[in-house]
Design a protein around this ligand. Structure first.
Ligand SMILES: *[C@@H]1O[C@H](CO)[C@@H](O)[C@H](O)[C@H]1NC(C)=O
Ligand SMILES: *[C@@H]1O[C@H](CO)[C@@H](O)[C@H](O)[C@H]1NC(C)=O
Ligand SMILES: *[C@@H]1O[C@H](CO)[C@@H](O)[C@H](O)[C@H]1NC(C)=O
Ligand SMILES: *[C@@H]1O[C@H](CO)[C@@H](O)[C@H](O)[C@H]1NC(C)=O
Length: 240
């Protein structure tokens, strides 16, 4: 469970191991790169697949290995499509949250892989995801459940889930209304963020949390790393 003591301990951990913070933040770009060039894939990107197609004839988009990348702003290339079909990935692949940094991902193709269960945690934070295809066999259906998607198209080997529904609408009222507000966090997931002037467990404390001033003096990489860890930590806390 989330509690202030644990969060504080987490932050303390960062202060004593900041070389690791730097490694963590430096690794984010590389992560997207290695996913686009995953060596376990049997063949190159198929040119009639959805990721290839979404990248075709559109200004500012480029096929890059198994990704479709938005290169409109070349200082900040953004992966918007990822096709990992036939890449021999299994449940183990998701243990280290490899998709966490691909926050602008719109299309994700995972079919033709030995995946048994794809949970909403595996795609947590991917609020822009509007198309995902997964293997139909066994338990692998749309992450977050069927109510997390507007449409699910089930065929023999592949299930396609289209357009995320608004989790905050479905779970309306789950966040304590005066002190917090609901924010979408990917298929079937939401977060309760504290309103201004509230903080702590379930945003029940009033006043200004000293943390913001505390972090400001530490350099941006630490802040980014702390945010990443906070994201990782809350994934275990929030399962809607
Ligand atoms: C690509 O990125 C630019 C901003 O850098 C944005 O305006 C545009 O909508 C993006 N295109 C797609 C297809 O996401
Ligand atoms: C982004 O992509 C363009 C085109 O492929 C490339 O020239 C540029 O170096 C890339 N930028 C970064 C920061 O990787
Ligand atoms: C499917 O999920 C249920 C409950 O989540 C579990 O008991 C069952 O073993 C799963 N079946 C397979 C084939 O993974
Ligand atoms: C489904 O997968 C099986 C086994 O890989 C294959 O033989 C079959 O052709 C596939 N069916 C379709 C409709 O793609």
């Amino acid at each position: 469970m989330a509690n202030p003591g644990r969060s504080f301990a987490t932050l303390l951990l960062f202060f004593v191991s900041c070389q690791w913070c730097l490694l963590l933040t430096g690794g984010q770009e590389d992560n997207a790169l290695s996913l686009c060039q995953l060596s376990s894939c049997r063949s190159p990107l198929v040119d009639d697949g959805v990721v290839y197609t979404m990248c075709q004839d559109r200004h500012g988009l480029q096929v890059w290995g198994r990704c479709c990348v938005n290169v409109t702003d070349t200082t900040h290339n953004v992966t918007i499509g990822l096709d990992l079909s036939g890449c021999n990935i299994n449940d183990e692949f998701f243990k280290e949250s490899p998709l966490l940094t691909l926050t602008h991902l719109q299309t994700l193709v995972l079919d033709n892989n030995p995946i048994t269960v794809l949970s909403s945690e595996d795609v947590a934070g991917l609020t822009e995801l509007n198309y995902i295809s997964v293997p139909t066999h066994s338990n692998c259906s749309c992450p977050g459940g069927e109510e997390a998607w507007s449409q699910h198209i089930r065929t023999v080997n592949t299930t396609v889930c289209v357009e995320q529904t608004s989790t905050c609408t479905i779970y309306d009222g789950s966040c304590p209304a005066t002190s917090s507000h609901c924010v979408e966090d990917g298929p079937g997931l939401f977060l309760c963020l504290c309103n201004e002037g509230y903080y702590g467990y379930k945003c029940l404390r009033q006043g200004t949390f000293p943390m913001s001033a505390f972090l400001a003096g530490l350099g941006s990489s630490t802040v980014v790393a702390a945010v990443v860890l906070w994201v990782l930590q809350r994934r275990h806390v929030k399962t809607a």
